[in-house]
Design a binder for this molecule. Structure first.
Ligand code: ADP
Ligand code: MG
Length: 387
């Protein structure tokens, strides 16, 4: 799960990581009153969306006077912000963070995340922080220092110092940096975060060190033990179909293709997406209905797939184990009748009660294409994609 910058900054503050003074605002009037409370100019007005790259896209702006605050807040609130992370459709800005503008001396980069290949946590730091960090990573990766932390051993003081030396911090800033690294490590572990990122981490002209930007992602499987993070969830920022799917405990991820698919088991779902691509089409989604899906879950999954306007055909690929083929067939038939299917649906199923299942499909009177095996299913889907 992702959260907003202003929310991540709340968590940072809880752990003693300094951030600029500021508050979130939903209207121009609120933005003005936050600026007034801050009692300083310039202020910075920052679009709050679940995507980075806001600065370059015009979602982060300075306001030098009280009149500016209203004008800038008015221009950002309600805009559709398109950044390199939002996709071409962009995101509607519903709230802004209004914070004190700081006099920046240096912009650094610091992040912490699990590294799957080493099964450790990795800190990444760079002197070349700010809005061009992606370019630094691709063109001059030697400018990024990495420090791996074995979670069983924990973060050791020498590791934090190694990061500090990599950033070539001066002694006064180094003193502020070391406890910050330890605080971020605790924050990451305590909250089961899958990413903590500060870009930029700034050294100000008056020799302070603050997180000017803040990004945190969380492991969804651990959210049950972080009620405060769950309260940060912003459904406006999530794909509506994914929100709907999560209500029915379906593992659904929306993609850009035109062939919808419903599969039981994540591995088979991945293989099915490969088959769709092999056949020359593009999957419209990932959907694992799980091993023990009920007819109702199948129905909901089917309805969600079909409500994606890009979907031109559907491949249902089920290996009947715990989920019996007759239950699946029933779910598909009921869903088809309720939602009124307008696209071809290819069904490949195998396993428990497969004969009953096929019978239900054939006798349904619906236009459901029954495939004999996986290869047959792939060919039938290819035909739909070409048509
Ligand atoms: P994004 O990463 O989405 O582009 P940031 O929060 O990193 O957004 O802001 C982009 C840039 O705006 C920063 O690199 C920094 O130069 C400037 N900036 C952001 N907040 C402030 C602030 N409070 N004071 C001064 N400059 C700021
Ligand atoms: Mg940033």
């Amino acid at each position: 799960m992702k959260i907003h910058e202003h929310q991540a900054k709340e968590l940072f503050q809880k752990y003693g990581v300094p951030v600029p003074r500021g508050r979130v605002a939903f209207t121009v009037e609120e933005a003005q009153s936050v600026a007034q409370d801050l009692g300083t100019l310039p202020v910075v007005i920052k679009a709050q969306i679940h995507a980075g790259g806001r600065g370059k896209a015009g979602g982060v702006k300075l306001a030098h006077t009280a009149e500016d605050v209203a004008a800038v807040a008015g221009s950002i609130l309600g805009m559709t912000l398109v950044t390199h992370q939002t996709g071409p459709e962009g995101r509607l800005v519903r709230k802004v963070l209004v914070e004190e503008g700081l006099d920046i001396d240096k912009e650094l980069y610091l992040s912490l995340l699990p590294d799957r290949s080493t099964a450790k946590l990795v800190f990444m730091a760079s002197e070349a922080g700010g809005m061009d960090i992606e370019e630094v990573a691709s063109k001059t990766p030697e400018k990024i220092v990495k420090v791996y932390v074995d979670p069983l051993v924990g973060l050791q003081p020498f590791m934090a110092r190694k990061l500090a030396y990599g950033l070539r911090l001066e002694p006064d800033i180094l003193k502020l940096f070391l406890p910050m690294v330890h605080a971020l490590y605790r924050l990451c572990l305590d909250y089961d975060a899958s990413l903590v990122e500060i870009n930029p981490l700034v050294v100000t002209k008056d020799r302070r060190l603050l997180a000017l930007d803040a990004k945190m992602n969380f492991d969804d499987n651990a959210l049950f033990r972080h009620k405060d993070v769950l309260a940060y969830r912003d459904l406006d920022e999530e794909d509506p179909l994914e929100v709907e799917a999560s209500k029915h405990n379906l593992n659904y991820i929306k993609m850009d293709g035109n062939i919808g698919n419903m599969v039981n088991g994540a591995g088979l779902a991945m293989a099915t997406m490969d088959i769709i691509k092999l056949a020359g089409a593009e999957p419209a989604n990932f959907l694992d209905v799980g091993g023990g899906a009920s007819a109702e879950m199948v129905e909901n999954g089917f309805r969600i797939i079909l409500s994606d306007p890009n979907v031109k055909g559907v491949l249902i690929n089920i290996f009947g184990g715990i989920l019996r083929c007759d239950v699946l067939a029933q779910g598909v038939v009921e869903a088809s009748k309720k939602v009124g299917v307008k696209v071809p649906v290819v069904i490949r199923m195998e396993g428990t009660n497969v004969e009953q299942g096929r019978k239900i499909l054939q006798e349904s009177g619906l236009n459901l294409i029954v495939a004999q095996d996986l290869k047959d299913a792939a060919q039938k889907v290819a035909a739909i994609a070409k048509a």
